[in-house]
Write a protein that binds this ligand. Structure first.
Ligand code: GRF
Length: 207
C-alpha cells in the first residue's frame, strides 16, 4: 500500500527548511510522507517559489486581508482540513498561532527552532535573535530543536536536537548559517520521516 502521511508546511520567508524537506522527500528519506500543501503568511516569500518549483500546491494567506488572526487561522483550517493533512510543519514560520488552533491540531504541529531549547527561546526569539543571544551569553555550543507546538511559544515536547559549535569570530549571520547547515536541515527531515512512519503505522494498526 502506498499510504503516506500528508504534510503541510507553513512558511514566512526564505524556505531553506522547506527545501530540506523537499530534498529529503525526493531522496526517499521521507518515505512515508508527502508534502502536499505549503501555506505562507507573507506574499512573495521565496519559500513559495520553492514550492512551485517542486510542484507543491501553495497559498499565501495574509492575516491583514483575512481580517486578523482569527480569519487567517480559519483560512488555514479550511486548507488543512480539505487536504486531509496529517502533519503540519512550521518551517521558518514567524506568526504565533492561537491556543484554539494548536489545540485543534494537538500533537500534529511541529516546529524547528534555531537553539537548544530551553535556551534562547520563547516570545521574541526568532530569526537572528537566538543567535545574537547565544553570542552575547558566550555559549560555546548552540544548535537547533524540533519540538511539538503547544500554546506556549517553543514550549512543546522536544522531539530532536542537534548541537553546533560556536566558533571564534562568529557573527549572528555566520552562526545562523552554521546552525541551519549542520543542524536544522538535518534534524527536521529526520524528525518528519520518523513521525510519518509512526502515523502510517498507527493508521494501519487501526484498520
Ligand atoms: C531559520 O533560522 C529557522 O530556524 C527559523 O527561521 C529561519 C529561516 O528559516 N525558524 P527558512 O530558511 O525560512 O526555513
Amino acid at each position: 500500500m502506498t499510504d503516506k502521511a500528508r504534510i503541510a508546511v507553513m512558511v514566512s520567508g526564505t524556505g531553506t527548511n522547506l527545501q530540506a524537506l523537499i530534498d529529503a522527500q525526493n531522496s526517499g528519506l521521507i518515505e512515508k510522507g508527502e508534502i502536499v500543501l505549503v501555506i505562507s503568511n507573507r506574499e512573495g516569500a521565496y519559500a513559495l517559489e520553492r514550492a512551485h518549483k517542486a510542484g507543491i500546491e501553495a497559498f499565501t494567506i495574509s492575516r491583514k486581508a483575512s481580517g486578523g488572526q482569527e480569519g487567517f487561522e480559519e483560512a488555514c483550517c479550511e486548507l488543512i482540513d480539505s487536504r486531509n493533512i496529517d502533519l503540519i510543519v512550521l518551517a521558518g514560520f514567524l506568526m504565533i498561532l492561537s491556543k484554539d488552533f494548536v489545540t485543534r491540531y494537538d500533537h500534529k504541529i511541529i516546529n524547528i527552532h534555531p537553539s537548544l531549547i530551553p535556551s534562547f527561546c520563547g516570545d521574541g526569539f526568532y530569526g537572528l535573535k537566538p543567535h545574537i543571544a547565544a553570542l552575547e551569553r558566550g555559549v560555546k555550543v548552540t544548535g537547533a530543536t524540533v519540538h511539538y507546538v503547544n500554546e506556549i511559544a517553543d514550549g512543546g515536547e522536544i522531539i530532536a536536537q542537534k548541537a553546533v559549535n560556536v566558533e571564534e569570530g562568529d557573527t549572528p549571520e555566520i552562526l545562523q548559517r552554521r546552525v541551519m547547515e549542520q543542524a536544522e536541515w538535518l534534524i527536521l527531515p529526520v524528525a518528519v520521516a520518523k513521525i510519518c512512519r509512526k502515523i502510517v503505522k498507527e493508521r494501519h494498526g487501526k484498520l
